[in-house]
Design a protein around this ligand. Structure first.
Ligand code: 5CA
Length: 158
């Protein structure tokens, strides 16, 4: 584990500023399980960035607890329009990052953001930072402040 050196991770570090440290791992942090194993935290502490495309075409970023699946019906109800999962090309166009490295901030567009309330109970959480090997640690309050978004019930039951 070392401070960020790749261009995409350095972009995220610049967007975050000095208060956060983007870390690059030798091991993959592409999935929530891989990230938790590399970091040494629980899967629940991984803040997954999952992009949706609303019916209007606008991008919607759901930052979900690592152990949860996103309930598209709940997201649609919160937005007032249907949503579908974004494909890899839409993720890249809307955020500027590849799947597995999408950070919660610093996107190419300004997606609407929804935060999973199940993240709110952790002292610290970890989010992707530009590449499938880069993450940074933050608090749930940081996540809300950085994204300007609130916590909501977006998870599938069970
Ligand atoms: N770096 C890790 C942990 S911080 C990470 O970014 N995990 S993630 O969960 O936020 O990003 C991967 C997510 O991208 C998966 O949860 C999944 O929802 C989504 N994803 C994976 N493959 C595809 C795909 N082919 N099309 C659209 N979304 C995908």
């Amino acid at each position: 584990m070392k401070p960020a050196t790749s261009p995409s991770a350095l972009l995220v570090q610049a967007a975050l500023g000095d208060g956060f440290a983007v870390l690059e791992f030798d091991a993959s942090t592409r999935t929530a399980a891989e990230a938790a194993a590399a970091i040494g935290c629980t899967v629940g502490q991984i803040a997954k960035s999952i992009l949706f495309r609303a019916a209007s075409g606008r991008p919607v970023l759901v930052v979900a607890c690592g152990t949860n699946r996103v309930d598209e019906g709940k997201v649609a109800a919160l937005l007032g329009e249907p949503v579908g999962r974004a494909d890899a090309a839409f993720v890249r166009a809307a955020t500027g990052y590849a799947i597995g490295g999408v950070p919660p901030v610093g996107h190419a567009t300004a997606p609407r953001v929804l935060l999973d309330r199940d993240l709110a109970g952790f002292d610290s959480i970890w989010a992707a930072a530009g590449t499938p090997n880069a993450v940074f640690r933050l608090t749930p309050a940081d996540l809300s402040r950085l994204t300007g978004a609130g916590f909501a019930d977006i998870a599938k039951p069970g």
